[in-house]
Structure formats: C-alpha cells, structure tokens
Design a protein around this ligand. Sequence first.
Ligand SMILES: Nc1ncnc2c1ncn2[C@@H]1O[C@H](COP(=O)(O)OP(=O)(O)OP(=O)(O)O)[C@@H](O)[C@H]1O
Ligand SMILES: [Mg+2]
Length: 354
Amino acid sequence: MSFVSVSNLCKQFGRETVLRGLDLEVASGEIVALLGPSGCGKTTTLRCIAGLEQPDSGRIVVGDRVMCDIAAGILVPPEQRAIGMMFQSYAVWPHLSVFENVAYGLRVKGLREAEIAAQVEQALTTVGLNHLASRYPSTLSGGQQQRVALARSLAAGPTLLLMDEPLSNLDLKLRERMRLELRDLLKELGQTAIYVTHDQADAMVMADRLVLMNEGEIAEVGAPRDVYNHPKTAFGSDFLGSTNLLDFNAMQDDGARIFGCLAQGRLLQVAKSAGGLRYAIRPEHIAVGRESLPQWQANVLKGSVHKAVFLGNVSYYKVDCDGLMLLVQGQSEDFAVGDPLVLHLPPDWLQPVL
Ligand SMILES: Nc1ncnc2c1ncn2[C@@H]1O[C@H](COP(=O)(O)OP(=O)(O)OP(=O)(O)O)[C@@H](O)[C@H]1O
Ligand SMILES: [Mg+2]
C-alpha cells in the first residue's frame, strides 16, 4: 500500500505544459528521489503535493487523506496538509535565533509555549544542534544552517517531508557528508520523504527509489542500482553517469545469437533485444587493454586513443574504432593519445534503450 499516491497530475503555465499526467507512489517510510534536468517539473510536482500550486487535473492522496482531486473539486489548503517542506535556499530567518527559527511554524499554529519548547528541543536534538539554540544563523556554518532548516521542517512532525534541492548551497565535501547524515536521520525517524535534486550522486545516495523525470514525464523508476545498470531509455542512460549510444542499422538473429549491424558490415553481439535499434553501454562496462584477452569471445574492436581525460581517481579515453567513437573508462594502466587499444563490449552490458 502506498502512503503517497499521485495520479495523472497535469499542470500548465500559460501555454507551457509542465506536468504531463504524472503518476507517483511512495511507500510509508520510503525516500524517493525525483531527479531530472533543470525545468523538467520537479519543483512544480513538489509544490502541487504541498498544496502551494493548484494542478489542472489529477489526484493526490497522502496517508488516508485526499489532498487534491480536481475532478471532485477537492483541494485541501497547504496549512492543513501536515506536509513539511525544505527548500534550496534554507530560508532561515537571520533576525531570529535558532530556537525561534524552529519554533516559528509552531507559534503560527497556536501551540502553547510549553509544547513549543518541547517540540523545538526534540527537533534540535534530532539534528544535533540543541547546544546552539540561542545562536543566530549568521554565526553558523552552511551545514549548521541547513540543519536548522531541517529541524524546522521536522518540528511539526510532518506525515510527509518534501525536500527541494536541500543541499545544493553546500560545498561538495559538506554536501557529501550531509546527504549521508540526512539519509541516516530520515531512516531512523522512519520519515516518508520526497527528495528533489538534479544531482545524480545526491539521488543515488539518498534514495530507496529513484524517479527520473524528463519534460514533465517519468522516464525511469527503480532502485538506484537498477536504473543505473539497466536504464530503459537513452535519456536515463545518458543523464545518469555517461554512456555510449549505438544506433544499429539493423538487427540479425541467427536463432542462437542476436547481432546489431554497424556501418561497414561490422556486427556486435547483444544479449537481448527489445525490438529497437538503439543500444547503450557505459564506459566502465567496456573492457580495455593493449591486447585482446582469450576470454573476450565476442565484440572485440581495435582502435586508438583519440582523447585522454584524467580526473584523479579515474581516467576516461575516447577511442576511435574505425570511425566509431567509444568512451571507455581506464582500468589499471594509463594510455596516451595515439596508443593502439583493444576494446571488448560484453554483450550483456549492451542495453536496449528507447
Ligand atoms: N509560476 C510559474 N509561472 C510560469 N512558469 C513556471 C512557473 N513555475 C514554473 N514554471 C515553469 O515550469 C517549468 C518547470 O519548472 P520547475 O521549477 O518545476 O522545474 P525544476 O525541475 O524544479 O527545475 P530546476 O532543477 O531548475 O529547479 C519551467 O519551464 C518553469 O519556467
Ligand atoms: Mg526546482
């Protein structure tokens, strides 16, 4: 049973269609990451769920409450949805202390002072900031301010927490640490959450399930590892990590094996067919060496290094195989531009994509 159920969500701004019949399910306690390029509709989706935006059509259920059902004329106002929201600009108030920042929403709700104090203390303890309650945001680091914002969204005990790029203002190191901490914390609390990002590493680390959006539609859904290793679309394959897209001219099936035909009559064996001509293979799935290995049965291509990119922990090579350019990831050995190489494309890693 889903805790959050969004069905057929549609939204237009003027003539621009931003959401095209989006369906999304989130289980209780699950963290779902909405990932996609800028402008694909991530924030709009969150705002519709929070009630800050009115969809043109669709239905949104959270827990056992119908928050929005356009056809039935139901639209619960945002303050009655018990949904927490955390934004990219952490929006902590500079003139209020940490305590007052977290207390703000509870005061608006009209809670009594003793209840407010107890809930603020609990929220600050949860994020490890109780000792800084009397400080002002300008005296806190970026990561600490981020945690104030988190404490504020957790203080009211939201049934669902929506987070919109909550870490994107932080530098890379802090961001890497915070996303691990954030995930651990949400899991400890059993908090159901939707986490929006355009950063694939954020999404891969944070999410139980990853929903990849493109132009107002869902392109891929699944566990991060499955979506990464077995993308169904060229978009998914390219957006998550890097990929090589191969467009075959035709497919051949000799009964036992399936081949894709490249220009000049070259054939590449593939393990499965989905009826299309387009396949993807990731750079790290292509084996590379100076000589062919005996276990490389099918799909051995000769080429030479066209470009080499050194990233510190890993190197990438663009290899020219008779006009077919393939991006490969370096393994133990370093190569230089012009070096002759042999590549092996394991049929199992040639993924049919739409
Ligand atoms: N209030 C609005 N009025 C008009 N157009 C809007 C409005 N809000 C969003 N849009 C448009 O809707 C599209 C989707 O916007 P949205 O903010 O949902 O994208 P996003 O996926 O969150 O992108 P980003 O990663 O850049 O935050 C964009 O083209 C945007 O310009
Ligand atoms: Mg956005």
